[in-house]
Design a protein around this ligand. Structure first.
Ligand code: PEP
Length: 251
């Protein structure tokens, strides 16, 4: 039985004041979330504040990226051990915004997955096609390529220690959600791809959906057989909305 996971991706949003307010709201309302494991992935500079507020609560926290290096002369980078130093449990890896705007290739993403695991983090590996790729009918090809790069570099057992997030790029921040059927189809494909290397990993690994998930559509998406929760951008910035998405995993 896979425990649902709902993780917030705050991206580059917030201030010390708004983070404090958001976290206070999450702490006050987390009791209504019965089934899901809940996490927030904060901008790196707000991770110490996040740790202070969330320590001792059931809510976990994480980073939005991790360097391929553990330390050294890499100006501006944040290493995996630095994240764990501040109590991070998760790290988002290979988000489409990093692939698109920071030149992250499948090979870089695979190295980052490995670096996150080496630091003891649970990587949340993002995969997903652009609108153009969907229209060309190559969604499965793209997702397979992104997944296979990590399996080849890290090995299927290590992939099994992480979480996969299927995030169709055309649904991220656009208000256009994949239908439950569209999402389930790709989630089943991802599980099948993992099963080709290890049926055990395929059965146990959590595959989240991400892309304009909100309190209105979350329950229907999470009711699909292969959708084990969500990676939430916009709707994670308001405590009530995020908690409602988290509670949608209650059964
Ligand atoms: C994301 O950035 O991972 C995401 C899913 O964003 P949104 O929920 O805003 O589409």
């Amino acid at each position: 039985m896979r425990q649902p996971l709902v993780a917030g991706n705050w991206k580059m949003n917030g201030s010390r004041a708004s983070v404090a307010e958001l976290l206070a709201g999450l702490k006050a309302g987390i009791g209504r979330v019965k089934a899901a494991e809940v996490a927030v992935c904060a901008p790196a500079i707000y991770i110490p504040d996040t740790q202070k507020q969330l320590e001792g609560t059931p809510i976990k926290w994480g980073g939005q990226d991790v360097s391929v290096h553990a330390s050294g002369a890499y100006t501006g980078e944040i290493a995996g051990p630095m994240l764990t130093d501040f109590g991070c449990h998760f790290a988002i890896i290979g988000h489409s915004e990093r692939r698109a705007y920071h030149g992250e290739t499948d090979a870089t993403v695979a190295q980052k997955f490995e670096a996150a695991r080496a630091a003891g983090l649970v990587p949340i590996l993002c995969v997903g096609e652009t609108l153009d790729e969907r229209e060309q009918g190559i969604t499965e090809q793209v997702v397979a390529r992104q997944l296979d790069a990590v399996i080849a570099h890290c090995g299927i057992e290590m992939v099994g220690q992480g979480v996969i997030a299927y995030e169709p790029v055309w649904a991220i921040g656009t208000g256009k959600t994949a239908s439950p059927e569209q999402a389930q189809e790709v989630h089943a494909f991802i599980r099948g791809r993992l099963a080709a290397s290890s049926p055990v990993v395929a059965d146990s690994v959590r595959v989240l959906y991400g892309g304009s998930m909100n309190p209105k559509n979350a329950a229907e998406l999470m009711a699909q057989a292969d959708i084990d929760g969500g990676l939430i951008g916009g709707a994670s910035l308001k405590a009530d909305d995020f908690l409602a998405v988290c509670a949608a995993a209650n059964r």
